[in-house]
Design a binder for this molecule. Structure first.
Ligand code: C2E
Ligand code: CA
Ligand code: CA
Length: 678
């Protein structure tokens, strides 16, 4: 049977508590297994050894031991955390409690290993200690820190942040105060907090400073979430970047431009040419390449010196630029060779107009210092895609056309394709006589009736211009209108036609007749003339015409060139009370979406669809569809080019009652019109 002491010893040995009994002479009387385990020495060693080997610092221990003994023996219970050294040299923490045993002045020390707890605690303390340091470090390196909670309360701003934006803790959003460009950190709050997104952006302030903000969410100890922003002032960095970009652009510019004139050089020119060719291919349009070479430049250069030569080239550049549209590309290939790309030509012949303009621009004398110089040029023109499909070919052809121009005696232009040069010549003649025609009042206005086919009642007329040429006789507008449009002469011609027709209409009304509505054609260029509305209003006043007597015809292609602008002008016309009709309807590419937005009143079915009525299946289909479309959009409808009764019958049967065409009359002079229809 176990004795009391044996049982106690067994209990003590099995315990997780280390036990040590020390007598009043400080001799160790008893240690248990746990204690020997804690210190890493066997019990005998523990009992016999000088305590020094357990101690981190023996002197401190002795002082501590004295105090502890005293306290315990005086009946004060003692509990203290103390660090010892293990046999393997590692340190460990124990919680020591002491109790006096009996009257023998012996003390029972119990020890519990608390190393894990102490370590954990130290870690926490480390972190707390470090957090302060981190925040300080962040401040020191100039990073702003901003924390805002779910309720839009600013929780934290470090010093850096405050120095930038002022102290907004607990109150307003700092961004609005600083005038940040966007977005407000509050606006980004839901994204960061609820979607757990990391967002970054680079706003600038109203004073031109740039910041880089990275925001992310952090969990608070109370379970709520905050948004934390790290903000860097990147103003200087931005400036450096911009400077670098500028330098790079400067370098880029220099690599692609001619130093003397600032024009694109050969490299950039070739690039632009192939781009323009791509574009022309896509848009199904034409482009012209002009090769411009100054005449006798070498002689000037040799006799007057390079300085004067350079100045001439600069002056020539300026004059060339003044003859061009913004979208044209002028380049200097070197020496006295210039090239010019003209995009979006309506017809190849338009290039000859520019060539003429250039020849004229260079024909004025150039004054440099005391010298008065005359510089002319020879120009060669090639056309894409007509002449060639590659950049090299196009350039080669323009170049060889330029030599042809030199051969022809210089100071002229030549197309690579010779028949084009002839055509250009004809056009120049025609253009000259068109100008004369305006001066000599060779234009007359014809009128073609528009009739309600159901009862053959006159509802109005279309004014159509004719050119009564002194030697060629009557020239049809189909021949000269395109030229008049591309030279801009159409504006004067149309004003003349409008004025004449409107005066005529007014005098018919004055006579008590009922001529109905006068329809007039509006040229594309007219439609884009800034002062058109003003001019038209003035004409109405001058001729005494009422708005409801008038109608203007525009074609789809005219409108679709620039629908936004067209809508604006058409709206202004419509606001005057003047009706609008779409001419040649069906031949262009109206977008139905636009059609709905145009303030138009009437569609004019083109004669191309009328011609083969009523037998051609396609045409009957198209005409029926156009009539249905007009009905759906609440537009009135008229068919033009009606020559035969069967065409008229088909149209009336399908609810298109208004008819214009040779069936009733060709366009005729005012006198005959009055006789026949009024
Ligand atoms: P448009 O506006 O489509 O004019 C209708 C054209 O069809 C007129 O030709 C007219 O004579 C012709 N025509 C009328 N009925 C018939 C017919 O039954 N059969 C045939 N085969 N043809 C018929 P025109 O007068 O030679 O005018 C041609 C184009 O010139 C006009 O086409 C219009 O775009 C333009 N134009 C005429 N006068 C002016 C004007 O004063 N200003 C402007 N900007 N353009 C005008
Ligand atoms: Ca017309
Ligand atoms: Ca027409």
């Amino acid at each position: 049977m176990q004795t009391h002491t044996q049982w106690l010893e067994q209990f003590v040995n099995n315990s997780h508590i280390g036990v040590l009994v020390v007598d009043k002479e400080r001799n160790n009387l008893f240690v248990n297994d746990r204690l020997s385990e804690m210190f890493g020495y066997d019990k005998e060693k523990l009992l016999s050894t000088n305590a020094e080997i357990f101690h981190v610092n023996h002197d401190t221990f002795l002082k501590f031991a004295e105090l502890a003994f005293d306290a315990v023996l005086k009946g004060k219970p003692l509990g203290i955390d103390y660090q010892f050294k293990h046999a393997d040299g590692s340190l460990f923490w124990v919680h020591i409690a002491g109790d006096p045993i009996g009257a023998a002045n012996e003390v029972l020390w119990t020890m519990v290993d608390i190393t894990p707890r102490i370590e954990a605690q130290q870690k926490i303390e480390d972190i707390n200690y470090n957090l302060e340091q981190y925040l300080e470090a962040i401040d020191k390196i100039g990073i702003g820190l901003f924390v805002v909670d779910e309720n839009y309360n600013t929780r934290y701003m470090n010093k850096t942040m405050i120095s930038w934006f002022g102290d907004h803790r607990g109150k307003t959003c700092y961004s609005s105060v600083a005038g940040l460009s966007a977005p407000c950190p509050y606006c980004k709050l839901p994204e960061v907090i609820y979607e757990n997104k990391k967002v970054s952006y680079e706003p600038t302030t109203s004073t031109g400073e740039s910041f880089e903000i990275v925001a992310t969410s952090i969990k608070n100890s109370d379970g709520t979430t905050s948004k934390m922003e790290f903000i860097r002032n990147v103003t200087d960095q931005k400036k450096v970047q911009e400077k670098l970009k500028e330098e790079r652009e400067k370098f880029d510019y220099q690599a692609h431009h001619d130093v003397l004139t600032g024009l694109p050089n050969r490299l950039l020119f070739t690039d632009r040419l192939s781009q323009s060719m791509e574009k022309a291919k896509r848009n199904n349009s034409k482009l012209a390449l002009l090769f411009i070479d100054l005449d006798h430049f070498k002689e000037i250069n040799d006799s007057l010196g390079h300085d004067i030569g350079d100045k001439i080239l600069q002056e020539v550049t300026q004059r060339l630029q003044e003859s061009l549209r913004d979208e044209d590309t002028l380049a200097r290939l070197g020496g006295d060779e210039f090239t010019l790309i003209l995009e979006d030509l309506v017809e190849a012949q338009d290039a000859s107009m520019i060539a003429t303009k250039i020849l004229n621009a260079l024909s004025d004398s150039i004054k440099i210092d005391e010298h008065t110089l005359y510089v002319s040029s020879s120009i060669g023109i090639s056309i894409f895609p007509d002449d060639g499909g590659t950049t090299q070919n196009l350039l080669k052809f323009a170049d060889s056309a330029m030599y042809k121009a030199k051969d022809e005696g210089r100071n002229n232009y030549q197309f690579y394709n010779e028949s084009m040069t002839e055509l250009a010549f004809e056009r120049v003649l025609m253009e000259a006589s068109l100008r004369d025609a305006l001066k000599n009042e060779e234009f007359i206005v014809y009128y073609q009736p528009q009739i309600d086919g159901r009862d053959d009642r006159l509802i109005g007329m279309e004014a159509l211009v004719r050119w009564k040429h002194p030697s060629m006789g009557i020239v049809s507008p189909a021949k000269f209108i395109p030229l008049a449009e591309s030279t801009g002469l159409i504006i004067q011609i149309d004003r003349y036609v409008m004025k004449t027709a409107m005066s005529q209409l007014h005098s018919w009304y004055e006579e008590g007749l009922n001529p109905g509505v006068l329809a007039m054609n509006l040229a594309a260029t007219q439609l884009h003339q800034e002062d058109f509305i003003e001019m038209f209003q003035a004409l109405m006043q001058e001729t005494g015409c009422k708005a409801e007597w008038l109608e203007l015809e525009v074609t789809e292609s005219q409108i679709m060139k620039n629908p936004q602008k067209a809508i604006k002008i058409l709206q202004e016309i419509s606001d005057l009370g003047v009706e609008l009709a779409i001419d040649d309807f069906g031949t262009g590419y109206s977008s139905l979406a636009y059609l709905k937005r145009f303030p138009i009143n009437k569609l004019k079915v083109d004669q191309a669809f009328v011609r083969d009525l009523p037998d051609d299946e396609e045409d009957t289909g198209i005409v029926k569809a156009v009539i249905a479309l007009a009905k759906a959009l609440s537009l009135r409808i008229i068919a033009e080019g009606v020559e035969r009764e069967d065409q008229k019958a088909f149209l009336i049967q399908n609810n298109c009652y208004n008819i214009q065409g040779y069936l009733y009359s060709r366009p005729i002079e005012a006198e005959s019109f009055k006789e026949k229809f009024l």
